[in-house]
Write a protein that binds this ligand. Structure first.
Ligand code: GYE
Length: 326
């Protein structure tokens, strides 16, 4: 029989206790009564790209499937409107709120007001500033991707393909949003150890196709020596590809492209050799979000971060993925 050292024994007891002890802040979160169907508020950020539309559809499909009522709002790209949208959901006394916070800081009041009103909230796909509000304390949990890892994976594939040498233009997502912050940080952390990988210009294209096109055009005119593009989402990538082609350049040859999401257009661009890599960010949140609500209503203790697993798409697996693309 194995005998345990004192340190091991303390560790084992701690782990066993940890499995059963519910943290006090978690216990103080608004409760959700166990019901057969719920009235769920879903506060979307905007509807200007295929990722958003796929996410909304996934939520609506899941609500229909379960016979739940979905109260849907679209903030149309305005964090201020999104705060107002959450307030109206609180006034309508929804059972639970699913919020995709457009930016990290401006949505903090919405999180705190839901908590104060006794309505449990889940953050889906984007996060808020973790120094101002926390999962398992101010909201129940965050459900979404590991954006830092996405940025690192994009950097890893790009670095290998260009032999560790590139002059990179970066198109950032919406300023102040968690995916933009973390995708920037993850990419930077990876290339830090590869001195030949140099970001020569970096600016926000607001996660939008036409903005991405305009910003890329301006940056590329100022930096014609660029050899690569790192774009925080596929819509901006498609905009940048249009700008490259308008300038007589060949995407995939003159500029090597790394992108994130997994839209149909970007998947086709992988197949066509225009894009090197698309790191997946899955928008189909309905099943995971609604399952989490059910578990919370059943009194289960949820982890503060429920992280989706994302795949990496290249020319090799793009065609196989295409039927799932949106
Ligand atoms: O990559 C982008 C969308 O928040 C993870 O937002 C999401 C990002 C996604 O507009 O296309």
């Amino acid at each position: 029989m194995k005998t345990f050292t004192r340190r091991e024994t303390i560790g084992l007891l701690g782990a066993a206790a940890g499995a059963f002890v519910v943290r006090p802040a978690y216990a103080a979160l608004p409760k959700l009564a166990k019901k057969d169907t719920y009235k769920v508020g879903f506060a979307q950020t905007e509807s200007n790209n295929p990722w958003r539309l796929a996410q909304t559809k996934s939520m609506q499909d899941e609500a229909t499937k379960r016979g739940w009522q979905l109260v849907y709002t679209d903030a149309a790209g305005s964090a201020a409107k999104q705060v107002a949208d959450v307030r109206s959901m609180i006034a309508q006394k929804v059972d639970v709120i699913l919020l995709a916070p457009r930016e990290e800081k401006p949505l903090i009041p919405a999180v705190m007001e839901a908590k104060k009103a006794g309505i449990p909230m889940f953050l889906i796909d984007r996060n808020v500033d973790q120094t101002l509000a926390k999962g398992g304390e101010d909201y129940v949990a965050f459900i979404g991707s590991d954006f830092t890892k996405e940025g690192m994976q994009a950097a890893e594939v790009l670095t290998a393909a260009v032999g560790g040498k590139a002059k990179i233009i970066e198109l950032q997502g919406s300023t102040g949003s968690s995916p933009a912050n973390d995708r920037m940080a993850g990419f930077a952390a990876y290339i830090k150890d590869h001195p030949g990988m140099e970001i020569i210009a970096s600016q926000s294209g607001d996660f939008a196709r036409d903005k991405g096109r305009q910003v890329f055009e301006t940056l590329y005119q100022a930096h014609p020596e660029a050899t690569a593009l790192y774009s925080h989402n596929d819509e901006m990538t498609m905009g940048a590809i249009a700008a490259m082609e308008a300038a007589g350049k060949v995407p995939g040859k003159d500029l090597i492209i790394a992108s994130i999401d997994g839209t149909k257009d970007a998947t086709q661009a992988l197949i066509d050799g225009k894009v090197l890599v698309v790191v997946e960010c899955n928008p189909k949140f309905g099943p995971a979000a609604f399952d989490a609500v059910v578990k919370y209503g059943n009194g289960e203790t949820l982890e503060p971060r429920l992280v989706n697993t994302d795949r990496v798409f290249t020319k090799d697996n793009a065609a196989a993925y295409m039927p799932e693309a949106y």
